[in-house]
Design a protein around this ligand. Structure first.
Ligand SMILES: NC(=O)c1ccc[n+]([C@@H]2O[C@H](COP(=O)([O-])OP(=O)(O)OC[C@H]3O[C@@H](n4cnc5c(N)ncnc54)[C@H](OP(=O)(O)O)[C@@H]3O)[C@@H](O)[C@H]2O)c1
Length: 283
């Protein structure tokens, strides 16, 4: 495949940073972005990336202005909507404001950034939009209500975008990642701000213990995930000869979640089929 130019959000750490380094290593061009000052990602500039400041929670007009500025001197082939964080807490206890904050970054930030790029992709009749989904977008996980809700929302939006943009040569894809070892569960990044109801103490303690155990022990290697995601977008390596998928789980833990829940969905559909089919008006 010819050299591509990628635009990535949220490149200060984790998968975003791994994307930038992986893409440069493959000989493609990359525009790395970070919220705040670009000096935060100066090492990526030294590695060969162009760098811009982009906070995905900024108003749509500001995001448009950044994208227009980037497009003055660049053609973008792939947008990677990577920026995100985990707003944790029990579903009942997380405040409405914190649900909104989670959606502002993980969902509306993605919508705004993608909408800012779509006219460019429509004009050139090509473009790939990558979404960073999660096993939490396939099934709920206790203590991650806001996060799971945003990742489920991305699943639906990815499907809709595929159906609406295929005729324009635009390819959306969601990668559904299991647990990968990044800074996402670091105590500075993970938000866990709730009003605690004592009835919920046992489940809150369980979730708190799980979160502490996960940080730094995630089985997934971000560099391996990135290598596969780049292969899939470029149709090379592990993706050679395979049709472009609209979604792809990554990591054995995510595969187990996917299988368990899809099998369960089918069991319910089979057991309840007669009831499910009984709802139309009589002829
Ligand atoms: N790691 C996993 O196990 C896993 C699994 C499934 C999905 N994902 C998804 O992968 C993506 C990357 O996460 P990660 O694991 O690499 O975590 P990470 O190391 O914490 O990186 C998250 C990145 O997002 C940036 N970010 C957060 N809010 C932003 C905003 N408003 N505007 C711009 N950038 C913002 C962060 O920047 P700051 O440094 O400024 O905070 C950071 O660069 C997320 O969408 C996450 O949901 C991760």
């Amino acid at each position: 495949m010819p050299q591509l130019t990628w635009l990535i959000t949220g490149c200060t750490s984790g998968l975003g940073e791994a994307f930038v380094r992986g893409i440069i290593a493959r000989g493609d061009k990359v525009i790395a972005t970070t919220r705040g000052d670009v000096s935060r990602i100066s090492t990526l500039a030294e590695a060969g990336a162009k760098t811009f400041s982009l906070d995905v929670t900024a108003p749509r007009s500001e995001i448009d202005a950044v994208v227009q500025n980037i497009l003055k001197e660049n053609t973008i082939d792939v947008l990677v909507n990577n920026a995100g964080y985990v707003e944790a807490g029990l579903a009942e206890e997380v405040t409405y404001e914190n649900y909104v904050n989670q959606f502002e970054t993980n969902f509306f930030g993605v919508v705004k950034t993608t909408q800012a790029l779509l006219p460019h992709f429509r004009e050139k009749k090509s473009g790939t939009v990558v979404f960073l989904g999660s096993s939490g977008g396939l099934a709920g996980e206790p203590g991650a209500g806001p996060y799971c809700a945003t990742k489920h929302a991305l699943e639906g939006w990815n499907d809709v975008l595929r159906l609406e943009t295929a005729h324009l040569g635009i390819r959306p894809i969601i990668f559904e990642l299991g647990f990968f070892r990044t800074k996402i569960f670091n105590k500075d990044n993970l938000r866990f701000r709730t009003t605690n109801f004592s009835d919920n103490d046992p489940i809150r303690e369980l979730v708190g213990g799980m979160v502490q155990q996960v940080d730094g022990n995630q089985p997934g290697d971000p560099a391996k995930a990135v290598s596969i995601m780049v292969d899939v977008v470029k149709g090379e390596g592990v993706a050679e000869g395979k049709a472009f998928p609209n979604r792809l789980p990554l990591g054995p833990d995510c595969l187990a979640t996917l299988r368990k829940h899809r099998v369960n969905d089918l069991l319910i559909a089979n057991e309840w089929e007669e009831v499910i089919r009984s709802t139309n008006f009589d002829p």
